[in-house]
Design a binder for this molecule. Structure first.
Ligand code: PHE
Length: 454
């Protein structure tokens, strides 16, 4: 029998933990590079549009499942399925989320390891023009990459093992304020040292020729990933919410903060990159090659600002990583009655193995392609972010919209207006499943089989 979650004893704990989860590499590494790859303004506008129309409703659905089910992703869904006389097979959605979270942990730690390493690299001061070669050399070094990701993974596992109060809440109270100060400092520096108006223009200008199914999928996938939707994290954190906290208000705060930081990250990076004459179109090496080059060009100032930038990224990644480990630790402790220490050890050990595979994807197995995907690292990223995440998101949307229609209550949600409540359920029932599945199908056809419709 699954036990219930314990709860946080104050209303800020959920806000801090969920914001710490949402604001991560997705915002500062992912969002700017995807905006750069997809032509800037159109991607940004689509992103904001999807955050509001699909992300926010599904975010609330996920938090609701946790809050109402009061347990880990799998047990919460089982409890609610029983309550609504639905099949217990719906728990597959919870398992899907846990699987996605484990795979994400496996590659996320590796990118975060890079971030820490780059903090030190940028502090030593690189020669201008050296960044690309340094990146190639770092990527080729299996053991060095393993060292950095292990440091990061074990530290996050340690926080999670300490529980939701002494571990997660305590860490977030310290990490989150630091994160906001660092983002603002970076935007300020970018505005002074870079070309702020070009950055702003790049982020918001519209180019119709950039439009394709790929841009839409990239924008939706990025929105879901950035809001930590579809991996069980929000269900787990939702189950720790105090009973008087309202899902809608808490969700609105987190979603706004997450989107705000993504835009601020763009405003920190693009003015600097464009101001120093670099194209922001470097793909996923934007923060490692382009930004390192930017810091190299800045000379001794760069040796100070560079480490600050990577420290910001590391803090953001750390608070997210904790939340990525939590769903599986909650599952093992509640469903299989393990102690947190034991559960965290198992989860970290499993993620360690996945991370080794993901490191190998950068070097020893860099040419081992899996279907249409270049290497194991890309394959893990694809399978979790593009394949599983939208699938789980759709599953939650359908479960809450169709099966829990009678269970959802205005009080838990904090939505007193009947029309707004019906609108939310309607989006979950019809709009989001149709939209997500169309995009999921088109995107996967394009990535896996190179079949394009537009
Ligand atoms: N939202 C985090 C980011 O933007 C990543 C994450 C995904 C965290 C899923 C938890 C669950 O980096």
């Amino acid at each position: 029998m699954a036990s219930q979650s314990s709860q946080w004893n104050n209303n800020t704990a959920f806000l801090l933990a969920a914001t710490g989860s949402a604001v991560g590499l997705g915002n500062i590494w992912g969002f700017p590079y995807k905006a750069g790859e997809n032509g800037g303004g159109l991607f940004v506008l689509l992103y904001i549009f999807f955050v509001i129309t699909l992300g926010f409703p599904v975010f609330m659905a996920e938090v609701f499942i946790g809050k109402k089910g009061k347990s880990n992703p799998v047990s919460s869904i089982e409890t609610l399925a029983k309550k609504s006389k639905s099949s217990s097979k719906w728990s597959i959605v919870g398992y899907g989320g846990i699987l996605a979270s484990l795979i994400i942990a496996g590659y996320y730690a590796v990118i975060a390891g890079f971030v820490i390493n780059y903090g030190f690299i940028s502090a030593t001061g690189l020669e201008a023009g050296a960044a690309a070669a340094v990146y190639e050399a770092e990527k080729a070094n299996f053991w060095e990459m393993t060292f950095w990701f292990s440091l990061f993974l074990f530290a996050s596992g340690f926080v999670v093992a300490n529980g939701i109060d002494k571990g997660i809440d305590k860490a977030m109270r310290f990490l989150l304020p630091m994160l906001f100060v660092l983002v603002i400092a970076m935007v300020g520096y970018g505005a002074v040292a870079g070309d702020f108006s070009s950055g702003l223009n790049y982020l918001f200008s519209w180019k119709a020729e950039d439009f394709s199914a790929g841009t839409i999928q990239a924008a939706i996938g990025q929105a879901f990933f950035s809001m930590s939707i579809g991996m069980g994290t929000l269900m787990a954190f939702g189950s720790y919410m105090p009973s008087n906290q309202k899902v809608s208000k808490a969700s609105a705060v987190v979603v706004t903060a997450d989107t705000g930081v993504a835009l601020l990250a763009g405003l920190a990076i693009f003015p600097l990159a464009l101001g120093l004459g670099f194209s922001p179109n470097a793909g996923d090496t934007l923060v490692f090659v382009t930004m390192t080059e930017v810091f190299a060009q800045l000379g001794s100032v760069g040796q100070f600002v560079g480490p600050l930038f990577y420290f910001l990224l590391a803090v953001a990644a750390f608070s997210s990583m904790i939340s990525i480990l939590e769903p599986s630790v909650a599952y093992l402790t509640q469903k299989h009655s393990m102690t947190r220490a034991k559960a965290s050890t198992y989860v970290v050990a499993f993620c360690f193995l996945l991370s080794l595979i993901s490191v190998a994807g950068h070097n020893v197995w860099s040419t081992v392609s899996i279907g249409a995907l270049d290497n194991p690292f890309e394959a893990m990223k694809y399978f979790a972010d593009d394949f599983l995440l939208l699938l789980v998101g759709t599953g939650m949307s359908i479960f809450v919209g169709w099966r829990l229609e009678k269970v959802v209550d205005a009080d838990t949600m904090g939505i007193n207006n009947k029309n707004l409540m019906s609108l939310w359920v309607f989006v979950l029932k019809v709009i989001s499943p149709i939209f997500l599945m169309v995009i999921w199908t088109l995107g996967n056809l394009q990535i896996l089989f190179d079949i394009r419709f537009f």
